[in-house]
Design a protein around this ligand. Structure first.
Ligand code: RIB
Length: 302
């Protein structure tokens, strides 16, 4: 494990998808057909997005996940490598890669359907995966791969002193013993509502509030909040992943700094179309934080 001023090392366990992104003025009602304004394929998946975000935000990152043997796989793998993410734990399995059908409307809001593909067949971490988890400072997970795989890695992290950061999305019920090993949960307000008391045993809970920023609750009830910088929103896809990866990368700098850093990363991710394509670098995040208007709006203690 790294200490002191070394770059934090993060093992990201999760999904990697090809996002099939359609833009339209308004999303169709059930049964309706509307005309689209554009289409693009953009690498995504909550796990891969968070890995790219943590790496661009300055962490050393290894990704643990699965792609298929289809036409999308080389680009998905290449996107991680181009972002400086280690792919020792990225396996290729027979069949299709994960895909996400995404519709983005004129306000930048989206609807997403994920088909797991290779992600769903990542049934068990290997010994090498577990060694990567044990060596990392932080294990970062979401819930787009089988829960049993997440649970195994989280338990291994806990016994090896690796901090566990969980983004429980898409939200689902988890076993209580998994929650007991989570150090930091990052949820949006809908997820927070759905999970309710399950979050009470998590020492650090960060709740994202979209354009209103984020709030934090610490182990002794400490509370802080951070506004989101005002930006021109193009597409909110991947903004939560950008936030979460940046939070993990800056967690060692203290919660106030990490909250502001993550809010800036999440806001910047909304200014471009696509998930991985819109994730900002450390330089872009720091430059936004340095802007006088945002610098005045540092996290508030409650
Ligand atoms: O959080 C956004 C991501 O959710 C998209 O990239 C899509 O692949 C789904 O996993």
């Amino acid at each position: 494990m790294t200490t002191g001023s070394d770059l934090p090392s993060i093992a990201v366990l999760g999904s990697i998808n090809m996002d099939l992104v359609t833009t339209t003025d308004r999303r169709p009602e059930p049964g309706a057909t509307v005309l689209g304004t554009g289409f693009a394929t953009v690498p995504g998946g909550k796990g891969a997005n968070q890995a790219v975000a943590a790496s661009r935000a300055g962490a050393r990152v290894e990704f643990l996940g699965a792609v298929g043997d289809d036409v999308f796989a080389p680009e998905l793998r290449g996107t991680l490598i181009a972002a400086g993410v280690g792919v020792r734990g990225l396996r290729t399995v027979p069949g299709p890669s994960g895909v996400a059908a995404i519709v983005v409307d004129a306000s930048g809001e989206n609807s997403i359907i994920v088909v797991g593909g290779a992600n769903a067949s990542f049934a068990e971490p290997t010994e090498r995966d577990l060694a990567i988890v044990a060596e990392a400072d932080i294990l970062l997970c979401q819930l787009e791969i089988p829960i049993a795989t997440v649970a195994r890695a989280v338990a291994h992290a806990a016994v090896n002193g690796t901090t566990v950061l969980l983004n429980p999305s898409p939200v689902t019920r988890l076993p209580a013993n998994l929650w007991a090993d989570v150090d930091v949960a990052v949820v949006n307000s809908g997820e927070a509502r759905e999970l309710g008391a399950a979050l009470d045993i998590v020492p650090h809970v960060v709740t994202t509030l979209g354009g209103d920023g984020a709030r934090y609750r610490g182990p002794d009830g400490q509370a802080a909040s951070c506004p989101s910088p005002r930006v021109e929103v193009v597409d909110t896809t991947g903004a939560g992943d950008s936030f979460t990866g940046a939070l993990a990368a800056s967690w060692h700098r203290g919660t106030d700094y990490a909250l502001a850093y993550a809010c800036a990363a999440g806001a910047l991710a909304t200014t471009r179309l696509g998930a991985s394509a819109s994730i900002p670098t450390a330089a872009a995040i720091e430059s936004l934080l340095d802007q006088p208007r945002f610098a005045r709006e540092t996290p508030k203690k409650h």
